[in-house]
Design a protein around this ligand. Structure first.
Ligand SMILES: O=C(O)CCC(=O)C(=O)O
Ligand SMILES: [Fe+2]
Length: 217
């Protein structure tokens, strides 16, 4: 079992103050969403501080309640550690904090017309420090390789950059994912663009929850 409690800078402040009135409910999603249209039918939506006053509590739940596993992957003739911890909740499985269930449902409602189906799964990632990362990739294991889809990422903890670049070359862009922020990759983003969370010299823990429709990985 992992225990990251001791090393977390702002752990001590998590429950230091009573939550403000209304803090138990997730803020409405629509106000504050900003869309950035990329090339080839790809886009990203950013909603800063969506989790608001719930962010610390969600982080606490993710750190302690998710059954994190380290993944190892065959790479040429070596088996290497994947530099982050992972766990995926399948459709219908309760999530580690009620705000995450609310977030998934709010995302499904907000994007219903554009996506045409609900978000069902929740992939969780734990970047323990700046050395944890994910390399350039698209979420193309399922239908993302052939169809427009969406991957909605809720982030808590230290800010990290989500870098994006067009497949086949072109300038990359980056969006900083901060504590409580939502970033949605949509349209053709998974098949015409790639994304990564690059390593950085110094970072504290950051956790992300990626909501995806069924059959998208
Ligand atoms: O941690 C993130 O925000 C992105 C993770 C990601 O791209 C993935 O797991 O497919
Ligand atoms: Fe991804």
């Amino acid at each position: 079992m992992f225990d990251y409690g001791g090393g977390m800078d702002f752990q001590s402040t998590l429950f230091a103050t009573a939550p403000p009135p209304g803090a138990g409910a997730l803020a409405p999603l629509a106000p504050g969403i900003e869309r950035r249209v990329l090339t080839q039918g790809a886009w990203i939506d950013v909603r800063r501080d969506w989790l608001g006053a719930l962010s610390d509590d969600v982080m606490e739940a993710l750190v302690h309640r998710v059954p994190w596993r380290a993944e190892r992957r065959q790479m040429y003739e070596r088996v290497v550690d994947v530099p982050r911890l992972l766990h995926t909740y399948g459709a219908g499985e309760p999530l580690p904090h009620a705000a995450l269930d609310s977030a998934r449902d709010a995302l499904s409602a907000h994007y219903a017309d554009e996506l045409g189906e609900p978000f069902t799964t929740a992939g969780c990632c734990f970047y323990r420090d700046g050395a944890d990362s994910v390399a350039w990739h698209g979420d193309t294991i399922g239908r993302g390789s052939t169809h427009d889809t969406m991957v909605a990422i809720v982030s808590v903890g230290d800010p990290r950059r989500l870098a994006l670049r067009p497949r086949g070359g072109g300038a990359s862009i980056a969006v900083t994912m901060g504590h409580g922020d939502l970033v949605v990759m949509g349209g053709s983003c998974q098949r015409t663009w790639e994304h990564a969370v690059p390593k950085v010299a110094h970072a504290g823990p950051r956790l992300s929850v990626q909501f995806r429709p069924a059959g998208v990985f």
